[in-house]
Design a protein around this ligand. Structure first.
Ligand SMILES: Nc1ncnc2c1ncn2[C@@H]1O[C@H](COP(=O)(O)OP(=O)(O)OP(=O)(O)O)[C@@H](O)[C@H]1O
Ligand SMILES: [Mg+2]
Length: 183
């Protein structure tokens, strides 16, 4: 299920200022899932995806797509009460939801969030803004905004050289699918 980025050497370098942003609109929950599923094959152990957006914006829906793309068949639900759900896959998926954290940084440390961020899984974090100070600077930020009952604006922003390349690749794949369908 692994996919290659065009220039793997890009992934090794560290250019902290490097950044790539892409904004798209999805018209149905299944499209937001498809975006997650398209991203999944590029993910590597230790990758961090920080999700932002109001209640019902589609964060869990996106994670369901990532899980599908990683080959996870167990249903993915919001881990609001447990804070962290781990799904075995290659790499494993850690689905984290920070909504219920009250003293976010202290509680996040208590539940071992920092260890998890540097573990060998992919961390996808809902309400990531609540633990912003704990997140490494190199990551993907995804912000979902409600436009209408079935419509969401999604901003995908990669920070650092590896994630910049990853966002470019994801955009290309997305556009290839949509152009093929529209023509
Ligand atoms: N284009 C779309 N993208 C994502 N979800 C959509 C879209 N259109 C409709 N929906 C619906 O919106 C809801 C999004 O709920 P979801 O649980 O994913 O949000 P959330 O951001 O995780 O919320 P919470 O902060 O409560 O965890 C789902 O019922 C989903 O079917
Ligand atoms: Mg959710």
């Amino acid at each position: 299920m692994e996919a290659d980025l065009e220039d793997e050497s890009d992934l090794m370098g560290h250019t902290p200022g490097s950044e790539e942003a892409w904004v798209l609109t999805t018209q149905a929950a299944k499209e937001t899932k498809r975006l997650g599923a398209l991203l999944a094959p590029f993910l590597r152990p230790g990758d961090i995806i920080a999700l932002r957006g109001d209640l019902g914006a589609g964060k869990t829906t996106f994670v369901q797509g990532v899980a599908r793309g990683l080959g996870i068949t167990r249903p993915v639900t919001s881990p609001s009460f447990i804070l962290i759900n781990e799904y075995p896959s290659t790499p494993p998926l850690f689905h984290i939801d920070c909504y219920r954290l009250e003293d976010a940084d202290a509680e996040a440390r208590d539940i071992g969030l920092e260890d998890l961020l540097y573990d060998d899984g992919v961390c996808v974090i809902e309400w990531a803004d609540r633990v912003a100070t704990l997140l490494p600077p190199e990551r993907i930020d995804i912000t979902l905004m409600w436009l209408g009952p079935d419509e969401r604006e999604i901003e995908v922003r990669g920070h650092g050289t590896r994630y910049t390349a990853l966002v470019r690749k994801l955009r290309q794949e997305w556009q290839a699918i949509h152009e093929a369908r529209d023509s």
